[in-house]
Ligand binder design. Structure first.
Ligand code: SAM
Length: 245
């Protein structure tokens, strides 16, 4: 499983370059996309298409090739295979056949966006793509209303306005959202602001509805727990109870 750049060609790792140069065959989502990517590095390889719809049947063939001793690399159009991209089914089948799946780490939009987001929660959930229809999307957003962790979603540019509109409807205007667009590319943009302000920015600047986007929903603000007994008091109480005859 070989990660490839999500925009900036200089993000190809040395291991990815070596694996792609030396392998017998490359499994790719869109063979034209991967063909152009490899050409940019001067690599020419046999490419076989592996997409969501043929991943199951392809797995059997791939296992056969691996058993013959061939070295097979899987890539997606961009980023890390298996992350909102084909790869998981193939990996499961290869493991189940008693063979090894070797990950070559590299770019992925989820980690790239989180690394610069500046969120201190320390915890996040990767939610992949949100449902395209507003009703189902709002339901999913509602499930994170009181989350004490950030949530990171992939979103199509033509849906970002509707998605942020739903986020404002569900969370109100104050919840912090981060829109990370065109990561590693020339027009890389981070908008790190309240949900209400992000909605205004996207509405008034149509450029913010272009390119590839990641949306991060910050954790819900911590609630004042008025009734909560402080930890130190609890500790003192348990010491008192333990010392009672
Ligand atoms: N496997 C990929 C990865 O590891 O990031 C993700 C593939 S998924 C089909 C494509 C989605 O990832 C895009 O719709 C977008 O949400 C996000 N994405 C990919 N490249 C991006 C970039 N350069 N900037 C922002 N988001 C990106």
């Amino acid at each position: 499983m070989v990660a490839t750049p999500i925009g900036n060609l200089a993000d190809m790792t040395l291991r990815a370059f070596a694996a792609l140069s030396r392998c017998d065959l490359v499994l790719a989502e869109d063979t034209r996309v991967t063909g152009s990517l490899l050409a940019a590095y001067g690599i020419s390889k046999k490419l076989v298409s592996l997409r969501e719809h043929n991943e199951r049947e392809m797995a059997e063939r791939v296992i056969g090739w691996l058993q013959e001793g061939q070295c097979i690399v899987q890539v997606s159009d961009a980023g890390t295979p298996g992350i909102s991209d084909p790869g998981a089914r193939l990996a499961a089948a290869v493991w189940e056949a008693g063979l090894k799946v070797c990950p070559l780490p590299g770019p992925s939009a989820v980690v790239t966006a989180m690394s610069a987001a500046g969120l201190e929660t320390g915890q996040f959930q990767f939610a992949g793509f949100l449902p395209p229809k507003s009703g189902a999307r709002k339901k999913r957003l509602e499930s994170w209303l009181n989350a004490d962790y950030a949530v990171i979603c992939y979103e199509a540019p033509h849906r970002i306005l509707d998605c942020v509109t739903d986020a404002v409807a569900v969370y109100g205007s104050e919840r912090r959202l981060i829109l990370a667009r065109e990561l590693t590319k020339t027009f890389e943009t981070f908008i790190r602001t309240s949900a209400g302000e992000l909605l205004e920015i996207i509405k008034t600047d149509s450029n913010q509805q272009r390119g590839e986007c990641v949306l991060i929903i910050d954790a819900a603000p911590a609630k004042e727990e008025e009734d909560e007994v402080p930890a130190a008091t609890l500790q003192l109480l348990s010491q008192l109870i333990a010392s009672m005859p």
